[in-house]
Design a protein around this ligand. Structure first.
Ligand code: S3P
Length: 423
């Protein structure tokens, strides 16, 4: 589907964004294995999180939607009738594999063309150490055939910064006989640790070492998913770039392991204020007010890269409009996301007449550049679709966004929300 976006003079109003994608996945899976009933408010409307619910339903969890809530009756899982469909969702296949590896049945899980190219060795390796038996296409790609086995706790040092891999091992550890320890090279989003604590698991976090004690019994509960800060970032960037903007985004998740983007933007001179902080289910939630600002530009490297990994497409766009530009390093992971994001950012910026130099693990975009009207292509990647819709707001004429429907993977209401606030 093609969306046409016209240049805007102002991005102003009061909006909300869908429930956080990362937290929704975790709640969707943990409520299905927890004993009893759970009620989840503000569960993500994104297709990825529906894939998680679809899989958990196929595994025997009873899931209904009532009064805007997702209601899950969890407990023991049962053998699915066919292949589990993770759609476009790396989080679903990687984290759910941790559950499937410990069941008393064999299951198969796959997804769309993009997912079928994403690396799975990173979860297969620690799960094999725990005793799992998993077959993959070409030894490393989905679909995966997972033969449930009796699992043992392990002490695992992650070879890369990945919250999905960390979560997969911890979730498998729920079923293991013995403690499970995960050591991270840099701290990544800690929603799994927080959620496991909420559900009653015995888990300890000391800096970058997480210890999950064996024998946890999870029980169902009422949960509220905060708004997704990664989705909000597209509108933060839009409001910063477009001159007369003044935007409030309500109820956004501000977990410190996710909010590096706010510090980064404010550090560059962005006018972003956090209003009305609250806590729910161990997560921090607040409202954000953003006003158009001149931003200096900056460098994303080292641990910061892991903290901003999902925000880089939006920040690349802002980098071109900033004073000194944006340099990204240590971001080889971008090449194995829903698309090779270094390549898809580069292709679309060039189409808009913006200069960019890429490297194997990053890129540099000079500042002070203009966006020219162009046809851009999401290549099926939700964050590329939304980042370039934002770039289009600052262009010198209407732009066409091809593959715009892919925004629905995390934010089905993205284009309708944009139309409400763009003038
Ligand atoms: C996620 C972790 C990150 C992130 C993805 C969601 C999560 O992936 O890019 O969008 O929910 O744990 P990696 O674990 O592959 O870094």
């Amino acid at each position: 589907m093609r969306e046409t976006i016209s240049p805007a003079k102002s991005i102003s109003g009061v909006i909300t964004v869908p429930g956080d994608k990362s937290i929704s996945h975790r709640y969707g899976m943990l409520t299905a294995i927890a004993e009893g009933e759970s009620k989840i408010a503000n569960y993500s409307t994104g297709a990825d999180c529906q894939s998680t619910l679809g899989c958990m339903g196929a595994l025997g969890a009873r899931i209904e939607r009532r009064d805007g809530l997702v209601i899950v009756q969890g407990g023991k899982l049962t053998e699915p009738a066919g292949e589990l469909d993770a759609g476009n969702s790396g989080s679903t296949i990687r984290m759910l594999s941790g559950i499937l590896a410990a069941q008393k049945f064999t299951s198969r899980i796959g997804g769309d063309e993009s997912l079928s190219k994403r690396p799975m060795k990173r979860i297969m390796q620690p799960l094999a150490e725990m005793g799992a038996e998993i077959e993959a296409t070409g030894g490393q790609f989905p679909p995966l055939t997972i033969h449930g086995r009796y699992l043992h706790g392990i002490d695992y040092t992650l070879p890369m910064a990945s919250a999905q891999v960390k979560s997969c091992v911890l979730i498998a550890g729920l079923f293991a006989d013995g403690d499970t320890i995960v050591r991270e090279p840099v701290r990544t989003r800690d929603h799994t640790e927080i959620a496991l604590q909420e559900f009653g698991a015995d888990i300890e976090v000391e800096k970058r070492v997480i210890t999950l004690r064996a024998g946890a019994k999870l029980t169902g509960r009422a949960l509220v998913v905060p708004g997704d800060l990664s989705s909000a970032t597209f509108f933060l960037v839009a409001a910063l770039m477009i001159k007369e903007s003044n935007l409030v985004i309500h109820g956004v998740g501000l977990n410190p392991t996710r909010s590096a983007v706010l510090d980064f933007l404010v550090g560059m001179g962005a006018s972003i204020k956090v209003l009305d902080l609250q806590q729910s289910g161990g997560e921090v939630i607040g409202d954000l007010r953003v006003r158009a600002s001149r931003v200096t530009g900056g460098v994303i490297e080292g641990a910061l890269t892991a903290g901003l990994i999902d925000e880089i497409p939006a920040l690349a766009v802002l980098g071109a409009a900033s004073e000194h530009g944006l340099t990204v390093r240590d971001a080889a992971e971008l090449r194995v996301k829903e698309t090779d994001r270094i390549a898809t950012i580069e292709m679309n910026l060039r189409r808009m007449g913006v200069e960019i130099e890429s490297t194997p693990d990053g890129f540099h975009v000079a500042g002070g550049q203009r966006f020219h009207a162009a046809e851009v292509d999401s290549c099926g990647d939700h964050r590329i679709a939304m980042a370039f819709a934002v770039a289009a707001l600052a262009a010198d004429g209407p732009c066409a966004i091809d593959g715009a429907e892919s925004a629905g993977v995390s934010f089905p209401e993205f284009f309708s929300t944009l139309r409400l606030i763009a003038r």
